[in-house]
Design a protein around this ligand. Structure first.
Ligand SMILES: Nc1ncnc2c1ncn2[C@@H]1O[C@H](COP(=O)(O)OP(=O)(O)O)[C@@H](O)[C@H]1O
Ligand SMILES: [Mg+2]
Length: 374
């Protein structure tokens, strides 16, 4: 154990469900081993505030600062629980890698905003915090996302072509081909639209196992319109997206458009729309994988969407290679992203430049993140 360095990774993604935390030991080559995990849900108030802060609103500066502090408190809770579970003292942790909460992602305009309070988190935990991983890549002309493909290379590369598909709020894929630089990009919405639609019609924050959506039927005309009417889907990689694009108004405008084409037909049911959104996630991800990794021998899936049985079935129907959760490659589906941020913290401390033009479009790899010492 003594030859290993301990890091904590904290991920809170666009789903805004809460925080995933992992404690990992890194050997000198940077190979991580997950020791334990924990999570902490956002309070309803904090989730609502983050959702609200994704859109322009009043008094955003003060509200953002307070939401960032509340996020740090949620992060600190996850860290405390993790250290207790693993029976490890805070003083033995080299650093925490903390993603922050994305509220704007506009790389073409030169910015991406992850709310975070790393100074407060360092104060609350007594552990060095490394944060703000995306802004340097954007400053170097990149998308600032996805940042995980180099990490995926380290933990998932094999002798055959593999695609790693993360189904968080947004879906992102890494394509690993032997002897080549990884390719990584966002493929579109994963859970973000399904969650919004489910909450609107059932009051539940997400569709457990996809059971509600499974009672509906895919509306093929709406599905085709959702894909064709959005130029972002046809853009070449590298590309990234977020809630700035895929929000409720985006969806409702398109439903309205399709319904007005057929005023004589009954309204599309909420369940059919949920089934169609599931198909949109599966189809857009599968199309991207087929386009950029035609010869993939396997697709490994992580993120909360891996727990949506109906979505996994749909993906298997859209792809003609095995589709498996990342557990079969040794990392739990809910640990991959958090582990990536532990790895980014490790890479920062090692002075390793991360990201490259094939992934984010940046002019070159950069050392990502900044340090708030314990
Ligand atoms: N049991 C489940 N059934 C269906 N969907 C699930 C389940 N568990 C999680 N999810 C989905 O996964 C999302 C969280 O995924 P996560 O990987 O944490 O995303 P993010 O990184 O964006 O926070 C939830 O919002 C929900 O949509
Ligand atoms: Mg999450």
């Amino acid at each position: 154990m003594s030859a290993h360095s301990l890091y904590i990774g904290l991920m809170s993604g666009t789903s805004m469900d809460g925080v995933d935390a992992v404690l990992a030991a890194f050997d000198s080559t940077g190979k991580p081993h997950v020791i334990d995990r924990s999570d902490a849900a956002f309070s309803n108030a904090l989730r609502d505030e983050f959702l609200a802060l994704n859109q322009p609103g009043s008094d955003e500066l003060a509200r953002s600062a307070l939401a960032a502090n509340a996020l740090a408190e949620t992060y600190a809770r996850a860290v405390k629980q993790l250290l207790q579970r693993a029976n490890v003292d805070a003083s033995t942790i080299k650093a925490i890698g903390a993603h922050g909460q994305t509220v704007r992602h506009q790389p073409a305009l030169g910015y991406t905003i992850q709310l975070n309070a790393p100074a407060y988190l360092a104060e609350l935990t007594g552990i060095t915090v490394i944060a703000d991983f995306r802004s340097r890549d954007v400053a170097a002309g990149g998308q600032g996302a996805p940042l995980v493909p180099m990490f995926h290379t380290g933990v998932f590369a094999s002798t055959q072509t593999r695609a790693i598909l993360n189904l968080g709020g947004i879906a992102n894929v890494t394509i690993l081909q032997p002897g080549q630089d990884p390719i990584g990009f966002d493929t579109g919405p994963a859970n973000v639209l399904m969650d919004l639609w489910c909450e609107l019609h059932t009051g539940e924050p997400y569709d457990k196992q996809g059971a509600w959506g499974a009672t509906g039927k895919i509306h093929t005309e709406l599905l085709a319109h959702l894909i064709r009417s959005e130029p972002w889907f046809a853009l070449a990689a590298p590309k990234s997206t977020g809630r700035d694009l895929f929000h409720l108004a985006w969806l409702e405008n398109r439903i309205h458009h399709v319904q007005t084409l057929h005023p004589e037909q009954p309204a599309i049911t909420p369940q059919d729309i949920q089934a169609t959104l599931r198909a949109l996630t599966a189809r857009s991800a599968a199309d991207a994988i087929t386009k950029y990794a035609a010869g993939a021998s396997e697709v490994l899936v992580c993120g909360g969407g891996a727990r949506n049985a109906a979505l996994m079935t749909e993906l298997r129907q859209c792809l003609n290679c095995p589709v498996n959760p990342t557990d079969i490659a040794g990392i739990g589906t809910q640990d991959v992203e958090a582990l990536a941020f532990a790895w980014l913290a490790w890479a920062h401390q090692q002075g390793i430049a991360v990201g490259n033009p094939s992934v984010t479009g940046a002019r070159g790899a950069r050392i990502l993140g900044a340090t708030w010492p314990a």
